[in-house]
Design a protein around this ligand. Structure first.
Ligand code: PRP
Ligand code: MN
Ligand code: MG
Length: 181
C-alpha cells in the first residue's frame, strides 16, 4: 500500500464488484435509448473507463472540464465555469454524468441546469462515491457506488494536490500529509 495512505476505505475488488452491478443496471435501464456518458474531468477518468466497459449496450462518451468559482467555499453560491465543453449535441440524448464523488453537490447542481437547456431527453448522475454529510445542494446520485464518511479520501481518480489519482483503491490520506503543507 502507498505509504501516505492511512487505511483503505474501498478496495479494488469492492470497486470492481460494484461497477459490474452498476453497469448491468445501467444497461437494463437505458436499453433502447441513446446513452451518452459524460465524464467530468479529471477525477472521474478512472471510474469512466471502468464503467463504460461494464455497460453492455451501445453508448457514446464525451468529456467536460468545469471549474468552480465565486463565493467562498463555505457558501452555497458557487458558480460553475465550463473550461472545456462537450463535443456532442445533447438534443434527444439520454445523458449520464459520470463522477468520482458527489461532495457538496455544488458543482453538479449548477452544471445540470446548464446541460438541461440543451434539450437532452434526460440527465442523470452516476457517482462511484458520495459524501452525504457534506451536501449543500439538494442533489443525489441516481446511481451510486459507496457512501464515504467525511474524511480525506484519495485514489481511484480522487486527488490531493493532483497526486494519488492512480491508486487502484479508495484510501484515507494520513493527516500528516495535508497538515504539513
Ligand atoms: C472534485 C470531484 C468532483 C467535485 C465534487 O473535483 O472530482 O468533480 O470535486 O465536489 P462538489 O460536489 O463539492 O461540487 P475537483 O474540483 O477537485 O477537480 P478534479 O476532478 O480535477 O480533481
Ligand atoms: Mn472532479
Ligand atoms: Mg480534485
Amino acid at each position: 500500500m502507498n505509504r501516505d495512505i492511512d487505511h483503505v476505505l474501498v478496495s479494488q475488488q469492492q470497486l470492481q464488484d460494484k461497477i459490474s452491478e452498476l453497469g448491468a443496471q445501467i444497461s437494463r435501464d437505458y436499453d433502447g435509448h441513446e446513452l451518452l456518458l459524460v465524464s467530468i474531468l479529471k477525477g472521474s477518468v478512472v471510474f469512466m473507463t471502468d464503467l463504460m466497459r461494464a455497460i453492455s449496450i451501445p453508448c457514446a462518451i464525451d468529456f467536460m472540464v468545469v471549474s468552480s468559482y465565486g463565493g467562498s467555499n463555505t457558501t452555497t453560491t458557487g458558480l460553475v465555469k465550463i473550461v472545456k465543453d462537450l463535443d456532442q449535441d445533447l438534443t434527444g440524448k439520454d445523458v449520464l454524468i459520470v463522477e468520482d464523488i458527489l461532495d457538496t453537490g455544488v458543482t453538479l447542481s449548477h452544471l445540470m441546469p446548464m446541460l438541461r437547456m440543451r434539450n437532452p431527453s434526460s440527465v442523470k448522475i452516476c457517482s462511484i462515491l458520495s459524501k452525504p454529510s457534506r451536501r449543500k445542494a439538494d442533489i443525489e446520485p441516481d446511481y451510486k457506488g459507496f457512501d464515504v464518511p467525511d474524511e480525506f479520501v484519495v485514489g481511484y481518480g480522487l486527488d490531493y494536490d493532483e497526486k494519488y489519482r492512480n491508486l487502484p483503491y479508495v484510501g484515507v490520506l494520513k493527516p500528516e500529509i495535508y497538515t504539513k503543507a
